[in-house]
Design a protein around this ligand. Structure first.
Ligand SMILES: [Zn+2]
Length: 124
């Protein structure tokens, strides 16, 4: 098994996800980049992800006063995608208030939010 994010082989099993259709997806944690992924990550079954660079570029255009449709045309994305990114980022900002508890780091990548929990924290 190889990490789809950093191609590291240092991956460990990280629980299983049971789908309603009865299939079981093995989840993994990468020791290299500390991201979580599943067997389906990187396959067509995996949800399509947008590079964070593109999302931030879109948001930059929007803050510079470009319209949603114009931004979409430049990035060759539909204006619906741009609106969705904006909505997601707005939602995430709401989640960041109150502040993130100590020991946790939230990173945004593309349209995903990961919560990382410090390894040395006592169990809650
Ligand atoms: Zn990795």
């Amino acid at each position: 098994m190889q990490c789809p994010h950093c191609q590291s082989q240092q991956v460990v099993k990280n629980g299983k996800h049971h789908h309603q259709d009865g299939s079981v997806i093995q989840n993994y944690l990468c020791r290299g980049c500390r991201k979580r992924f599943s067997e389906r990550t990187g396959t067509p079954m995996c949800r399509l992800r947008t590079p964070s660079s593109m999302v931030s570029l879109a948001m930059k255009m929007r803050t510079e006063g470009m319209g949603i449709r114009a931004s979409g045309r430049v990035l060759e994305k539909s204006h619906v995608s741009i609106m969705r990114w904006e909505q997601r980022l707005a939602d995430q900002e709401k989640q960041w208030s109150p502040p993130v508890p100590e020991g946790r780091v939230i990173t945004v990548e593309g349209d995903e939010v990961y919560t990382r929990v410090g390894e040395n924290l006592p169990p809650q």
